[in-house]
Design a binder for this molecule. Structure first.
Ligand code: FPP
Length: 253
């Protein structure tokens, strides 16, 4: 059965939509979308940016507070160099074309990931984007770029070890809450919902710590086809889930 067949079975109108405070999205299937149309993979990524724009608008319209998108993973370096540099150029173009609108819409933009392998110009651009939107109070848009969950946890452990060695932190004070403050998402609540498109059903090293209790929704459509229908389908499925956080009764966070 396709991943979202059961989701489609319930009429949307019958389910009161719960709006997750934080949605994270694995935007998958750009290459397959392009291949199915006899186009170059890069064209799939270009369409993917349009779908990202739709997602941001939907998140704002539906009152989502935090939105994290996986736009380049630390494993994506394995792709052909031309594709890697194309995705890098897309980030620059996205910022050039959309930053003013995002800022005007009170969106706070953050970029999480490793600075390793990024050229200094890109690093400066990322700092500029974050600085410009730092005081915005609307949607927080977190772009995971050159990001990997395992790497993030290792980096947090390294910084904790340094702080312990320097006497700034006691080993006894390391717990889940203090550990989380060393992650790149320190100031953001964990995602309530993680959506992945293209029918693949795995996390692929995305928000491994933060996603511990996230509801996972897998949509069959490829990322460039994503729009309000898929968004509402994912919210409908999320709204029907009973979140227990390890307890016996459904809990609200
Ligand atoms: C997954 O599709 C998509 C990516 C690895 C890149 C995601 C990038 C975008 C949606 C646009 C870039 C946006 C910014 C802001 C940089 P895939 O290529 O893995 O597709 P496939 O699994 O069908 O090959």
């Amino acid at each position: 059965m396709p991943a979202d067949a059961a989701i489609a079975a319930l009429p949307i109108a019958e389910t009161a939509l719960k709006i997750p405070a934080h949605i994270a999205v694995i935007m998958d299937g750009n290459g397959r979308w392009a291949k199915a149309r006899g186009k170059a993979r890069t064209e799939g990524h270009v369409e993917g940016v349009k779908a990202l724009r739709r997602l941001v608008n939907l998140a704002m319209a539906y009152g989502v507070r935090h939105l994290t998108v996986y736009s380049f993973s630390s494993e994506n370096w394995r792709r052909p160099p031309e594709e890697v540099s194309f995705i890098f150029s897309l980030l620059r173009r996205f910022v050039a074309s959309d930053l003013d609108t995002l800022h005007a819409n009170n969106v706070r933009v953050r970029i999480i990931g490793s600075p390793e392998g990024l050229d200094p110009g890109l690093t400066r651009m990322i700092e500029g984007v974050q600085l410009k939107t730092l005081h915005n109070t609307g949607l927080e848009l977190i772009v995971a770029f050159n990001y990997g969950g395992k790497g993030e946890i290792v980096e947090a452990a390294r910084r904790i070890a340094r702080d312990v060695a320097a006497g700034r932190l006691s080993a006894n004070d390391i717990n889940e809450a203090s550990f989380a403050r060393y992650l790149m998402t320190a100031d953001t609540p964990d995602p309530d919902l993680i959506i992945r498109t293209s029918g693949e059903q795995r996390l692929s090293n995305f928000l491994l710590w933060q996603g511990a209790y996230a509801e996972l929704v897998f949509l069959e459509e490829n990322w460039p086809d994503f729009g309000e229908t898929g968004f509402v389908k994912a919210l409908t499925e999320y709204s029907r889930r009973k979140r227990r956080f390890g307890d016996v009764e459904a809990q609200e966070p």
